[in-house]
Design a protein around this ligand. Structure first.
Ligand SMILES: NC(=O)c1ccc[n+]([C@@H]2O[C@H](COP(=O)([O-])OP(=O)(O)OC[C@H]3O[C@@H](n4cnc5c(N)ncnc54)[C@H](O)[C@@H]3O)[C@@H](O)[C@H]2O)c1
Length: 412
């Protein structure tokens, strides 16, 4: 028996932020399967328990720690360099999406991994949730016939569009990556996976409607805590309300959610800025139309201004349809509708025994990465690695189309 079969898989975590902590939590829940061998982060490495720490991912890899897999959960701009270095050293990768910020770099990472027989699994957690996997199982069963069209909406949530895509890390496409890649590579991954076919053509429109300097109320300050009370009180986007009152909705993004720490966030960090005085440029709404091999059409709406952060889906097949509101699936064969299936409770739930976010997807994804890394199954590893690229290619094509007035872009 290979030694890796009898001991936990050893992982190095590069970047101990929200994603690094989410994946590392698997080692706490399943110490027999995963061991964190070291963590690199300049600010919060020790929020993850490990025997070794480094300030920078470069120092960590230079030390060539004993490990099987590297979790790259760094800011987008660092993915390419860190991924290429780790692959050169022979580590498998759980590489957060986006794989890299340009199509050329994404292709290079995947080609390098394939050449070296290494795994690149990206953070497409949704296909690892019961809800979305159940859709896949129904489509694969053929019970509803062939998929003809999909209408899908990613509702970002008003709190998340302001936090991540106006004030936060993913607000400026030059510094991070286009929002359609950042937010919707998950959705493109679902379409590609559900249909089992490649996307051929894409067109897209979208823009930044609200968080622009010209929409700033007269007299508003640059930071919410310095804003005149009369303006701040009526502002939906006030950082004081977002981080000190809405609490739960954004708390999971921070390692320390004590009142004192969150006050510091509002008073000192970029998250305390007025939403009309940030250096943001990413769209707050975008639509993408796609045609897949075989003719199935898909439309995606990315909507920033919604109450909830949820994905809703309608899939029309030749013999029936699936309607999903993000929690419940209504599955109907034409002429004889089945009962609704609640995908977040009862037999479809992973919540009770899997406390991670993303409907259980985070843990299931880590589990799949561990299984592949220790299996040595060349064909499966290659399929997973190449599959990671597809969603990114659709996103890059969509952004190219949007920047060219909606021109149709053919995927190579
Ligand atoms: N799969 C998903 O659903 C999902 C969700 C959110 C974010 N992401 C992706 O995950 C990645 C991380 O996002 P996050 O939300 O965890 O961000 P984050 O800011 O919470 O975490 C990033 C961490 O990297 C650390 N870091 C920065 N420079 C470093 C360096 N030189 N060496 C070591 N560590 C360094 C930062 O200190 C920070 O703790 C991003 O690429 C993002 O796009 C994926």
């Amino acid at each position: 028996m290979d030694a890796t079969q009898s001991r936990p898989v050893r992982a190095i975590v590069l970047g101990a932020g929200y994603r690094g902590r989410a994946y590392a939590a698997y080692a706490v829940a399943h110490p027999d399967q995963l061991e964190i061998a070291g963590v690199a982060d300049p600010e919060q490495a020790e929020t993850i328990s490990a025997p070794r720490y480094w300030h920078d991912w470069r120092d960590c890899l230079a030390a060539r720690p004993e490990a099987d897999i590297v979790f790259v959960t760094l800011p987008d701009a660092l993915h390419y360099e860190a991924a290429m270095s780790a692959l050169d050293m022979g580590y498998h990768l759980l590489l957060e999406k986006p794989l890299a910020r340009t199509e050329a770099h994404c292709r290079e990472i995947v080609a390098t991994a394939v050449r070296r027989g290494l795994l690149v699994m990206t953070g497409h957690v949704l296909r690892y949730t019961r809800y979305f996997a159940h859709i896949k199982a129904i489509l694969d069963s053929g019970e509803l016939g062939e998929v003809v069209s999909i209408a899908h909406q990613e509702s970002v949530g008003f709190f998340k569009i302001a936090h991540s895509h106006c004030r936060g890390n993913w607000s400026n496409s030059r510094k991070s990556s286009p929002i359609i890649l950042q937010k919707c590579s998950h959705d493109f991954d679902l379409f590609h996976w559900w249909l089992g076919r490649k996307c051929r053509r894409v067109s897209s429109f979208g823009s930044l409607r609200l968080f622009r300097p010209e929409n700033r109320p007269e007299g508003a300050a640059d930071r919410c805590m310095e804003c005149p009370a009369a303006i701040e009180r009526d502002c939906i986007w006030s950082a004081r309300k977002m981080y000190l009152e809405y609490g739960e909705r954004l708390g999971y993004m921070f390692a320390d959610t004590s009142r004192k720490a969150m006050e510091k966030v509002v008073e000192e960090s970029p998250f305390g800025r007025c939403v009309y005085a940030c250096d943001n440029d990413v769209p707050d709404h975008q639509v993408v139309n796609m045609e897949f091999d075989g003719g199935a059409t898909v439309s995606l709406v990315m909507a920033g201004y919604t109450e909830r952060n949820v994905r809703t889906t309608r899939i029309s097949c030749t013999g029936g349809e699936i309607i999903g509101d993000g929690e419940t699936l209504h599955i109907c064969r034409f002429g004889c509708c089945d009962a609704d299936l609640d995908a977040t409770s009862g037999p479809f739930s992973h919540r009770e025994h899997n406390p991670s976010r993303h409907g259980g997807g985070d843990f299931n994804l880590v589990e799949a990465a561990i299984r592949l890394a220790r299996s040595g199954e060349a064909a499966e590893i290659r399929a997973c690695t190449e599959g990671s690229l597809e969603s990114h290619l659709i996103a890059f094509a969509a952004e190219e189309s949007r920047l060219n007035g909606g021109r149709v872009v053919e995927l190579k």
